[in-house]
Design a binder for this molecule. Structure first.
Ligand code: ADP
Length: 398
């Protein structure tokens, strides 16, 4: 069975075609600059090599038409006909309180995704554009929506409510949702397999540290607390987002910078790693500068490590202990410095890192805790696309 997975952004589209017999990727690619001059598609397949196509791509419908053409074309194709695609899985950022699991797309699901647009104004419209374009181009294939927020819907109210008047929750559902749910679910399920115990018995802290980062307390296979909020700004220090901040600072910035939009840009695009270092949002640049003695780069690393450490310890407290800490995504999988700085000083709660193992691990699945560490530490590369494909298969299998 072949399943296409789509992740639509406002001006981009990432895709992967899976053969679910063996869970192999037949082809994948990226469409960039949709609706902007200089659009192009980068298409990769193990059997047919890489292709770059530069052409005018005014909208998602045209982007998907080109992707389907590449998947079946004489020089680039990996399938003979589009009929081979049994179903399509879509990453959808916000499912509000309605969706705690993936769903088959229907008219009412589309309306619900539309209703959540006020919570994810940049993402949900792009995700919907992808679903509609697919319905148009592949009318025979069922579509499945896999929500970034779904995994966190098991958080109890004491975790998801803010300490503001309750009426804002009742009226507009102002609350913590948190994101990256598909990734936290993938690595927590994989951790249970690797540790060799049922997920139901485990207390995990999963650290998804990428450009955007979030940390989740996973107890008995369910998210019970998570570091992002109603938006993707809170939590740990990120590439360009501030992470946790006193709301009075936001009010101060609004007063001094003059517009809400300007402050939104500061907190979303100019803060975090780039804001503190003044150098770059890419942690590799910060690690290099720190080695060369750049003090602000060093400060950035210390702030990042400290913010991750606070979440690990506080989530252990929430769960009454922790069995394993998991690192994933670009930074979590690759930066031994961040992993070490995040765990330094947590020996008191049974976390003992094997420094040599930690230094050796980049982008592969590996245990990095010392053999006698009561709490296990694992690096587990995330695979959100595979998780989406698996859910799509589950919901569409006859
Ligand atoms: P996104 O959230 O955009 O999917 P990724 O999960 O790809 O982001 O993570 C991107 C981050 O991972 C960047 O800050 C990048 O610098 C960092 N990263 C990737 N490789 C390394 C490395 N070897 N050392 C340190 N940081 C790395």
């Amino acid at each position: 069975m072949k399943i296409l997975v789509l992740n639509c952004g406002s001006s981009s589209l990432k895709y992967q075609l899976f053969d679910m017999n063996g869970e192999t990727v037949l082809a994948k690619g990226l469409v960039e600059r949709i609706g902007i001059a200089g659009s192009r598609v980068k298409h990769k397949s193990a059997s047919r090599g890489d292709t770059v196509r530069e052409c005018d791509i005014p909208d998602h419908t045209e982007a998907i038409r080109i992707v389907l053409d590449l998947l079946t074309g004489p020089d680039t194709g990996v399938i003979k006909s589009l009929d081979e695609i049994s179903a399509v899985g879509h990453r959808v950022v916000h499912g509000g309180e309605k969706y705690s699991k993936s769903v088959l797309v229907s008219d009412s699901v589309i309306s619900s995704i539309e209703e959540c647009t006020y919570l994810a104004p940049l993402h949900n419209p792009a995700n919907l554009a992808g679903i509609r374009a697919l319905q148009h181009s592949l009318p025979g294939a069922p579509n499945v929506a896999v929500f970034d927020t779904a995994f966190h819907q098991t958080m109890p109210p004491e975790a998801f409510l803010y300490g503001i008047p309750y009426k804002y929750y009742e009226k507009d559902k102002v609350r913590r949702y948190s994101f990256h749910g598909t990734s936290h679910m993938f690595v927590s399920e994989r951790a249970a397999e690797l540790i060799g115990r049922p997920a139901k018995e485990l207390r995990l802290v999963t650290c998804h540290l990428g450009n955007g980062s979030s940390i989740t307390a996973v107890e008995g296979g369910r998210s019970v607390d998570a570091s992002m909020g109603m938006s993707t700004v809170p939590g740990v220090l990120m590439g360009t987002r501030s992470g946790d901040i006193d709301s009075a600072v936001v009010l101060y910035l609004v007063e001094h910078e003059g517009s809400v939009q300007r402050v939104s840009d500061i907190l979303n695009k100019e803060s975090g790693i780039v804001g503190i270092s003044g150098l770059s949002s890419d942690l590799r640049d910060i690690c290099e500068a720190s080695v060369e003695g750049n003090e602000r780069a060093n400060l950035t690393l210390r702030m990042l490590g400290r913010s991750v450490k606070k979440y690990i310890a506080s989530y252990a407290a929430i769960m009454g202990g922790v069995d394993a800490v998991i690192f994933t995504a670009g930074i979590g999988e690759n930066s031994d410095t961040t992993r070490e700085m995040s765990l330094e000083g947590l020996e008191f709660m049974g976390i003992k890192l094997d420094k040599a193992k930690n230094e050796a691990v980049r982008g592969v699945e590996a245990e990095i805790s010392a053999p006698d560490s009561p709490v296990k530490v694992w690096v587990i590369p995330t695979n959100e696309e595979l998780m989406i494909a698996r859910d799509t298969l589950k919901l569409t299998k006859k």
